[in-house]
Write a protein that binds this ligand. Structure first.
Ligand code: KIV
Length: 267
């Protein structure tokens, strides 16, 4: 159990990358789970738009609204005061840099978020530049983009040399535009390792191999309660454990020690 006495900051997370120390990210949607995750030593909680699927029972993340995201952020903030709080920008709430500024502003001022996450590469550069110039920390989500599922499907990205090059270029461009973190979803482990080594900012992976600076999982997946088939990159940490705290503590240890993800979880 964590004895954290001081709130985790963005500077702390960047320093951990510099020291080669992995930090742990996990999604949460309410105060009680967030509190357990904080006790277990999770450094970053993501209020993901995965809430549409795992909490609301929607088919995709697309129906999630900004008001809903803010509602869940506020609950998570009340349950975890010391954990760094990242919030997803829901679909269609950042269509222009100005829209993004308004949406991010609400997530931070009303929801208590300390960083916003948005999906997309080069097309998001002006948006990231504007948010960053207003002092809003941004995480750029690259690779598989769940908000683009109807165009690209849920497929591993960056498998071909051209798309791998493009992803690396996008990651570097995002960092140059002011992004403070990058999240890679479902990309080959070798490519994710290259991005993590190239960037100065921390890289969080999901289905992106063990070489990223942090790992994130959807909490309902790693507790084995999401209906249907578990994604290849996830693992049921609750199986055989006596409590959710024990399961999440094991996830924290597994990420920090490099035990998770293993070769069977990567592409
Ligand atoms: O919404 C979410 O939970 C996410 C994860 C897939 C990282 O973005």
């Amino acid at each position: 159990m964590s004895m954290r006495t001081k709130a985790v900051t963005l500077a702390d997370l960047k320093a951990m990358k510099q020291r080669g120390e992995k930090f742990v990210t996990l999604t949460a949607y309410d105060a009680s789970f967030a509190n357990v995750f904080e006790q277990a030593g999770v450094e970053v909680i993501l209020v993901g738009d995965s809430l549409g699927m795992v909490v609301q029972g929607q088919e995709t993340t697309l129906p999630v609204t900004l008001d809903e995201l803010i509602y869940h952020c506020r609950a998570v903030r009340r349950g975890s005061r010391q954990t760094f709080l990242m919030a997803d920008m829901p679909f269609m709430t950042y269509n222009s840099p100005q829209d993004a500024l308004k949406s991010a502003g609400r997530l931070m001022s009303e929801g208590g978020a300390q960083m916003v996450k948005l999906e997309g590469g080069a097309v998001m550069l002006d948006t990231v530049t504007l948010l960053s110039s207003f002092g809003i920390p941004v995480c750029a989500h690259l690779g598989l983009l769940p908000q683009s599922v109807h165009k690209h499907g849920y497929r591993v990205q960056g498998k071909e040399p051209d798309s791998a090059r493009q992803l690396l270029d996008d990651a570097q461009a995002m960092q140059a535009a002011g992004a403070d973190m990058v999240l890679l979803e479902c990309v080959p482990a070798t490519l994710a390792a290259q991005v993590s080594q190239t960037l100065a900012v921390p890289v969080i992976g999901i289905g992106a191999g063990a070489e990223c600076d942090s790992q994130v999982l959807v909490s309902y997946d790693m507790l084995g309660i999401t209906p249907g088939k578990r994604p290849k990159f996830s693992h049921d940490f609750l199986a055989g454990k006596e409590s959710i705290l024990a399961a999440v503590s094991d996830y924290v240890q597994a990420v920090k020690s490099g035990r998770f993800p293993g070769p069977q979880h990567q592409f």
